[in-house]
Every structure is written in C-alpha cells, then in structure tokens.
Design a protein. Structure first.
Length: 263
C-alpha cells in the first residue's frame, strides 16, 4: 500500500482537487484507492456529497478508538463514492479539537499510521487531504506517507504558505523522521496573467530540485466535476486540467519505479 499526503500550510491552493483527481485516475487504472479527509473543514467529504454531521463513524472516531479492528473500520468508517474503486473515510468538524483531546495520549503522532496498517491489505493507494496548518493531524499524515505532494497556487501570497510548508518538511527531515520524497505542484496556473508567470518563475528559481516541471492549469471543468461529485476523469477526460494531473501521475509512478530499482 502506497500512502500519498497532500499538504500545504495555506488553504485554497488545490489540495482537495489534487486528492480527488489523482485518486480518480488511480482508481480508473484498476487500483483500490482510499481517500482520507483530515481537514476539519471537510471539503473532501463534501465534494462527494457526504454529510459528515450525520455519520457516527468518521476519521475522528478512528483517531479516538485505537482498538478498532481493520475489518470494523472498513465496514463502518470507509464509505463508497460514485466512482468505482474509489472510497473515502469522511472528515469531521470535530477534528478541530483533536490536538486537545489526544494531547496526553502516548504515540499521538502515529494514530493514523496504526489505522492504515490495519487497512493495508484492502487498498493499493491511500491519499490524505490535510488541513492547512501544522498540528497533530499533519504530523500524523507526514509520519505515514511515502510521497508528499505540496500544491501551490501560482500567485504571490501562496508562496508564503509554501515557505512555511517547506520549513516543516526540513524540520521533520532534521529530526530523522522523513522517509518520504516530496514535490511542489504548481496549481491554478494561468499563463495569461503576469502574476501566475512571475510566481512560477519564482518557484523555479527558489526550488529547482523540488518543483515538478509542469503545471496544473486553471480549468472551469474542475468546478463542473465537483457539482457532479465525481473526479474530472469521469466528466471530461480530455480537458487540459485533467491532462495536467495525468502528467503528474505518470511522473509520480515513474519515480516510484525508479526508486524501487535503485533500492
């Protein structure tokens, strides 16, 4: 099972869109894919028209009930989406209180690791949508991931959030807890605007080794797909926004093969 974490310490940069569309493309290839919504805003959950307030089993309960078995989690907390092979553990607004509730719990940074170990035989890929802040939720997501993707909107203010996120990655690496590779993914790119072009040039100058060498362009089709509660691949397989994610996925999978060969 491969775990990909999608994180940035700024909201509105395309984290949920990235999780949905990479997950949809992986599912389309026949993989069994699990999405996890760690963000208390529950945007990923809402994307699939799931009302988390009406559920008795969300990722919040998985964090609180460490004795649950893998079968119990799969049968009660994992929900289907409208897309074949694509499932989700919904988020909960209660996750906003999780730092306080588990503050004194031993191993609090590895609760998600323990949950996913119990589900490892059921999924090929897990994609985690993180909240836009450093806290115990992001720590959990980084502790388990094999690949970190950092979407960054190609505009000036998003670059500040990117700096904070990369500081976090460096801190984790310095502590010896980093076993993942990571890529910065430029999103919402509009080549017609000077702001997008300038932001992309800045990323290339500052982070040449970490920056993915392509972009996810602005595309109104992403909004259309969200209204249908489906990945874009099921709505318009040829649109330029989806082509960006197809290229990104090919790169990630190629890197995975290369890393395995090197090992």
């Amino acid at each position: 099972m491969q775990v990909w974490t999608i994180a940035n310490q700024k909201g509105g940069v395309g984290k949920t869109t990235t999780a949905v569309n990479l997950g949809g493309l992986l599912a389309e290839q026949g993989n069994s894919v699990l999405l996890i919504d760690l963000d208390p805003h529950t945007s990923l959950t809402a994307y699939f028209d799931i009302d988390s307030d009406s559920l008795s089993h969300t990722i919040f309960e998985c964090f609180k009930n460490t004795d649950w078995s893998g079968d119990y989690i799969y049968d009660n907390a994992v929900l289907p989406t409208l897309t074949k092979n694509l499932q989700i553990i919904p988020g909960s607004i209660a996750m906003a209180t999780i730092d306080r509730q588990i503050n004194n719990l031993e191993g609090k940074g590895f609760l998600l690791t323990n949950t996913l170990k119990k589900l490892s035989s059921k999924f090929d890929y897990v994609l985690i949508d993180c909240p836009p802040m450093l806290g115990i939720l992001m720590v959990n997501a980084l502790a388990i991931c094999d690949r970190l993707l950092v979407p960054c909107q190609t505009e000036y203010l998003a670059l500040k959030g990117l700096e904070r996120m990369l500081d976090t990655v460096a801190m984790i690496a310095k502590a010896g807890r980093s076993h993942f590779s990571f890529s910065i993914v430029p999103t919402m790119f509009d080549r017609r605007t000077n702001a997008s072009m300038k932001a992309l040039r800045t990323m290339r100058d500052r982070y040449p080794e970490s920056l993915w060498n392509n972009v996810i362009p602005v595309d109104t089709k992403f909004r259309d797909a969200s209204q249908l509660h489906k990945p874009l691949s099921e709505v318009d397989a040829e649109t330029h926004g989806l082509r960006g994610y197809k290229i990104l996925l090919r790169q990630i999978l190629a890197d995975k093969i290369q890393a395995r060969s090197a090992a």
